[in-house]
Design a protein around this ligand. Structure first.
Ligand SMILES: [Zn+2]
Length: 146
């Protein structure tokens, strides 16, 4: 159940309440009892639906907090020739760019490193090899991507 189900059940309960007001004028005890029973059922459905919706909302809050935490833990970057270069708190480049594959597929920032054996650069996470890419920002490059 969800919020729409809860709202629908509340609408039904309001309709029943209106019928009960009508009954008050031409009092019929058995009809009154039946309407009270229907009202109780409609309100029970609404309560269950809204409790489910509350649970769903709290799950979403947890997910939003998790995503905010991931976003806040990311380093500010400067994009240059398709690569994101990490920028430290004093506004300076940290050196080699982040692996574009890992940024795109895993949403994480992994800085490329030089491999001693091959002399090329590699992502320590996905092991993708990089050569012929801009391995550093030009000295006075200042465009920020975020
Ligand atoms: Zn990678």
């Amino acid at each position: 159940m969800d919020i729409m189900t809860g709202l629908s059940a509340i609408s039904e309960a309001l309709k029943i309440t209106n019928k009960l007001r009508e009954l008050d004028k031409k009092f019929d005890k058995s009809e009154f009892k039946m309407q009270i029973s229907d009202l109780y059922m409609a309100l029970s459905d609404a309560k269950i639906a809204l409790a489910d919706a509350k649970l769903e909302l709290s799950k979403k809050d947890v997910e939003i907090d998790k995503l905010k935490s991931v976003h806040d833990s990311k380093m500010r970057t400067s994009k240059y020739k398709g690569y994101n270069f990490g920028i430290d708190e004093s506004g300076h480049s940290i050196g080699r760019p982040f692996c574009p594959v890992c940024e795109k597929t895993k949403d994480i920032q992994i800085q490329l490193t030089r491999t001693i054996i091959t002399g090329t650069d590699q992502c320590p996470s996905c092991k993708a090899a990089y050569s012929g890419y801009p391995w550093q920002l030009p000295p006075d490059y200042l465009e920020t991507s975020e």
